[in-house]
Ligand binder design. Structure first.
Ligand SMILES: *[C@@H]1O[C@H](CO)[C@@H](O)[C@H](O)[C@H]1NC(C)=O
Ligand SMILES: *[C@@H]1O[C@H](CO)[C@@H](O)[C@H](O)[C@H]1NC(C)=O
Ligand SMILES: *[C@@H]1O[C@H](CO)[C@@H](O)[C@H](O)[C@H]1NC(C)=O
Ligand SMILES: *[C@@H]1O[C@H](CO)[C@@H](O)[C@H](O)[C@H]1NC(C)=O
Length: 123
């Protein structure tokens, strides 16, 4: 019984650590990544297929580098990912606010035309 409890405790601790640490990622950042994907693919693009809502391990998704001790996203390499036929992309700066440790953001060649707040003024 004592051994059973010890094994059980180790299992529970292992499982709960995996909720946060390297394999997983922070829930607020995972949600923000999914919002970023929606924006990038609006209205019907097909980019970043490995960024999947049902997958908790966002540090393993394509084009993402996380800090292995904090589990936070540190780099996003999103060059040339947007489907060209979608046309201009207006970025919403608020999409990036949840990423507190982000230090590299690469967005070349995605038809970025401006910020979403300006869209009404320009068109
Ligand atoms: C997206 O919608 C446009 C216009 O309705 C259509 O021409 C295009 O084939 C669609 N693209 C995809 C990947 O479904
Ligand atoms: C990861 O984050 C920790 C805590 O902020 C920092 O000390 C460390 O230098 C970071 N590691 C890398 C590789 O950026
Ligand atoms: C820009 O991205 C498209 C794919 O969206 C790619 O076919 C094209 O080669 C890229 N252009 C440059 C200059 O990287
Ligand atoms: C920008 O993103 C924020 C956070 O997701 C949202 O609340 C806001 O409505 C967006 N702004 C526009 C103009 O879409």
């Amino acid at each position: 019984m004592g051994l059973f409890l010890q094994v059980f405790t180790v299992l529970v601790i292992t499982v709960s650590l995996q909720g946060w640490l390297p394999l997983g990622c922070l829930e607020e950042e995972r949600i923000a990544l999914l919002h970023l994907k929606d924006s990038l693919n609006y209205p019907n693009g097909t980019s970043l297929p490995s960024w999947i809502k049902a997958d908790a391990h966002c540090c393993d998704w394509e084009s993402i580098v996380c800090n292995s001790s904090t589990g936070r996203v540190t780099r996003l390499y999103l060059d040339s990912v947007r489907n060209q036929e979608l046309g201009d992309w207006y970025l919403n700066a608020s999409l990036f606010l949840p990423f507190q440790q982000l230090n590299t953001l690469s967005l070349w060649n995605n038809s970025i035309a401006g910020w979403v707040e300006n869209k009404g003024l320009l068109s």
